[in-house]
Design a protein around this ligand. Structure first.
Ligand code: Q46
Ligand code: ZN
Length: 334
């Protein structure tokens, strides 16, 4: 196999593009895809401060690496979820990465700051650990980014994540979630802009990038992932992709081009500060404060304060599971 760009010996094949690349040209290819994504959706500019939500997995670390290399002012935020050895190892990878590159790293530990960790929330609350986890991360990202003067939050969702989420939303025709499944969510009152610059890259591409760049990341799955429905949609997409390479890209990228405009949300929601924490919400208390109160057995002034399933889902709907839960390694490397 020869590299498509320089004709030297290739080390990685990307079936979707029907192409192979040598190391340097593959790194160039990945950066190019990210650069195009940023440009296509005007995600941020050279003067913006970007906070990358890093989990210790390959996608978020690859994203941080690319943004730093492209010259952006990008810091990282790690949320300590308290998931035993998995969290401890993830945090180490993130700290090592930040130290090696001299980048700013913010850390928020859920138990220290908010009095609960995710395994406890899964046992004590009425929701699955993943649902409270997604809700908590989204809440902490926004709050920390605002407190530390960042302009935009970037997450490592890749093409596989987005295609799987779109499949799930489409199977249930959740048109309000489909409308929000965009690589950019604009800022609203008290909510920072959120962007997904890896949406053009598959999981194999981010794994290949991390491997070829020598980025160490946590390979094992989160132990709480079992039973998550997102996994089934990913598996279904993988079956289709195996027989028809390019299906995922076709499904999601064509959605952005031709499908998304049909679902554009008309209704503007009215946001106001949560009476407990000040973060934006549509009711008296935000979904995070209500979920937290439920886990801690506190009352929030309103007896029916616990968030409904629908509210939690709305908060986590664009928080698809990152690809790192699949382990990853560097399959696809020649
Ligand atoms: S960390 Fe959290 Fe994932 Fe673990 S508990 Fe579920 S959502 S699986 S990205
Ligand atoms: Zn609140």
């Amino acid at each position: 196999m020869r590299c498509r760009r320089c004709k030297g010996p290739a080390v990685i094949e990307v079936r979707r593009h029907n192409a192979a690349f040598c190391r340097d040209c593959f790194v160039h290819h990945v950066r190019e895809q990210v650069r195009r994504a940023i440009e296509a959706f005007d995600m941020f500019g050279p003067r913006d401060r970007i906070l990358v939500a890093v989990s210790g997995g390959k996608d978020s670390l690859a994203l941080w690496d690319v943004l730093l290399d492209l010259g952006y002012d990008a810091g990282g935020l790690y949320v300590g979820l308290g998931i035993g050895a998995y969290s401890a190892r993830s945090a180490e990878f993130v700290r090592t990465f930040a130290a090696e590159r001299g980048a700013e790293l913010l850390e928020v530990d859920l138990a220290e700051e908010f009095g609960f960790d995710i395994p406890t929330a899964g046992r004590k609350g009425s929701r699955s650990p993943c649902s409270v986890c997604g809700l908590s991360k989204r809440y902490v990202f926004n709050r920390a980014a605002l407190e530390h003067g960042y302009d935009v939050i970037a997450t490592g969702h890749n093409l596989d994540d987005e295609a799987a989420t779109l499949l799930g939303n489409t199977l249930r025709w959740q048109t309000d979630y489909i409308a929000r499944q965009f690589p950019v969510l604009p800022s609203e009152e008290g909510l920072l802009r959120k962007v997904k610059p890896l949406y053009r890259l598959s999981e194999l591409e981010t794994a290949g990038y991390a491997f070829l760049r020598g980025i160490d990341y946590v390979v094992e799955e989160c132990p709480l992932v079992a039973g998550n429905t997102q996994l089934r949609y990913k598996e279904a997409m993988n079956h289709l992709e195996a027989t028809s390479p390019g299906t995922k890209a076709q499904f999601f990228l064509s959605f952005l081009e031709r499908g998304a405009p049909l679902f554009a949300r008309q209704d503007a929601v009215d946001l106001r500060p949560c009476e407990r924490c000040g973060q934006p919400t549509t009711g008296r208390f935000c979904a995070f404060c209500r979920a937290r109160a439920q886990v801690l057995g506190e009352r929030l002034g309103d007896p029916a304060a616990a968030p409904t399933d629908r509210e939690v889902a709305a908060n986590v709907s664009e928080e698809v599971l990152p690809a790192e839960i699949y382990g990853g390694g560097a399959e696809g490397l020649a």
